[in-house]
Design a protein around this ligand. Structure first.
Ligand SMILES: Nc1ncnc2c1ncn2[C@@H]1O[C@H](COP(=O)(O)OP(=O)(O)OP(=O)(O)O)[C@@H](O)[C@H]1O
Ligand SMILES: CC(=O)N[C@H]1[C@@H]2OC[C@@H](O2)[C@@H](O)[C@@H]1O[C@H](C)C(=O)O
Length: 368
């Protein structure tokens, strides 16, 4: 590890995330010692072009072959274009793009070569965050929970709270910030709640050629098809005891239940499915949190936020309420995790991924 990083003191890390909703790449600077958030820094975003999006989408669900290579190349090029103009950090945390995720059978695949990025950007890069956890029997996801724990402490929260990320897939982290180390028993429980924006985006793309349902405008005009919603909620995933995780398209058959509906009713029903998955998830929390703090793009959708407020038994608010940036939280999380990997601290534990024991994932690649 480079001298700049060492064993203690602040590190200026730059995290980069290409999420399952396939909107684009987020990048954000975080100064941290691997335990505490010291300060937040510069952030940037680059949207994928329709062409890039379709090349990546062609790789979804595939583990190898030309589509995977083509997707990797798009991901690498987009990251270099976004990160190169930014001030060089001490360390980059590069998540890459998940193409396939089946932790119990085939593993998990994030494309984009971190070693290549280290060369192109002339900076150490931490990547391949999920494999070590999967190899030790974990789900390999979600990984943001250790950062959520740091966020709760940063915000001075002392009671249990939940962070709800609404990206392509939804994930919930129940945090007890009174337990000081994230890997300690009882500090965290985390898992994926169900599909979130991905099916809505896919519907908008297929039917209207639009990337997403802006402000939930289409869903607002529709009626939720209760039969489809009930079939969706009968899926065994919801009763499964967490930790548990999902691939982007794991609920494809359920999502197809809206195929015969009008555009507006289909959008309303998919939005209701996301909210209903979260309501089911709340039943698994060790105690009802004081509030659910929502991060990720779904918090910009007022129809979805309203459905959550109605169906959850506690207050629902965007993470901005505690001074965080919900558009950059995941990128910041991978900056935080990169520093933890570099300092050989764990990044997941039995409560977050079901891994046998707390483990630090990640590969560090140095530029030559
Ligand atoms: N104004 C808006 N109205 C409705 N939906 C929105 C709005 N802004 C963003 N979204 C939704 O949020 C999505 C982006 O969310 P986000 O950036 O959290 O996804 P992601 O990075 O792919 O996340 P993950 O890795 O958690 O799946 C968009 O694709 C869109 O569906
Ligand atoms: C395998 C994978 O990439 N999972 C993503 C996905 O997107 C949301 C949800 O499913 C979560 O489990 C995870 O991302 C976030 C960043 C995480 O690891 O915390």
């Amino acid at each position: 590890m480079s001298k700049a990083i060492g064993k203690e003191g602040p590190v200026r890390a730059l995290g980069a995330m290409s999420g399952t909703s396939l909107d684009g790449v987020d990048a954000a600077v975080l100064v941290t010692d691997g335990h505490d958030i010291i300060r937040f820094g510069e952030a940037a975003y680059r949207t994928y072009t329709a062409q890039e999006r379709s090349v990546i989408a062609a790789g979804f669900g595939k583990w190898r072959g030309p589509e995977v290579h083509a997707a990797a190349e798009v991901v690498e090029t987009a990251h270099v274009a976004l990160l190169d103009p930014m001030e060089r950090p001490d360390l980059i945390g590069f998540h890459g793009q998940t193409l396939a995720h089946a932790p119990r059978t085939q593993g998990t695949l994030q494309v984009g070569d971190g070693a290549l990025l280290a060369e192109r950007l002339g900076c150490p890069v931490v990547w391949d965050f999920r494999s070590a956890d999967v190899e030790l029997g974990g789900e390999g996801a979600p990984l943001a929970p250790f950062f959520h724990h740091a966020c709760a402490r940063y915000a001075g929260i002392t009671e249990p709270v939940a962070f709800l990320n609404l990206g392509g897939v939804g994930n919930l982290t129940w945090v007890d910030p009174a337990i000081k180390r994230p890997e300690e028993d009882g500090a965290l429980l985390a898992f994926d709640t169900g599909p979130a924006n991905a099916p809505i985006n896919d519907l908008m793309q297929a039917r209207l050629g639009l990337p997403f349902d802006e402000e939930g405008a289409l869903a607002a005009r529709g009626v939720v098809e209760q039969g489809a919603l009930e079939l969706f909620l009968a899926e065994p995933y919801f009763a499964r005891i967490p930790p548990k995780s999902l691939d982007r398209n794991d609920f494809a058959e359920m999502v197809a239940l809206v195929n015969e509906l009008s555009d507006a009713d289909a959008a309303a029903t998919l939005t209701a499915m996301c909210a209903a998955g979260v309501a089911e998830a709340m039943q698994h929390c060790p105690r009802m949190p004081s509030r659910v703090l929502v991060t990720g793009g779904g918090r910009h959708n007022p129809v979805l936020m309203q459905m959550l407020s109605v169906s959850l038994e506690c207050a629902v608010a965007p993470v901005e309420d505690i001074g965080l940036d919900g558009d950059m939280l995941e990128a910041q999380a991978f900056a935080y995790l990169a520093v933890r990997v570099a300092r050989r601290l764990p990044t997941s534990c039995p409560g977050t991924t079901g891994v046998r024991a707390a483990v630090g994932g990640g590969t560090v690649s140095m530029p030559s």
